[in-house]
Design a protein around this ligand. Structure first.
Ligand SMILES: [Zn+2]
Length: 82
């Protein structure tokens, strides 16, 4: 868990709980295809000490599944109509 002091409680991009925040000043490569811990990363351009930076909000699989947990049951009970 590495979160800047002024980071919000929820991700400012998708308004979902996140696990950690990382701050980047230069170019970065992101590959989550093989990541067992994180499912999604949101990017927020901001400034730190007057420098342009990008914050990465890391969401775990559990956090994303909690967000969408109530949507699954409705789709399973569909019927043909017409
Ligand atoms: Zn997010």
């Amino acid at each position: 868990m590495d979160v800047p002091e002024d980071a919000p409680v929820e991700c400012p991009v998708c308004e979902t709980a996140y696990d950690s925040v990382s701050v980047h000043e230069g170019g970065v490569m992101v590959n989550l295809l093989d990541n067992d811990r994180y499912r999604r990363v949101c990017f927020e351009p901001t400034t730190h000490d007057g420098r342009a930076v990008v914050r990465f909000y890391h969401h775990t699989h559990e956090q994303i599944e909690t967000e969408n947990g109530s949507h699954r049951e409705s789709a399973a009970d569909s019927e043909h109509d017409g």
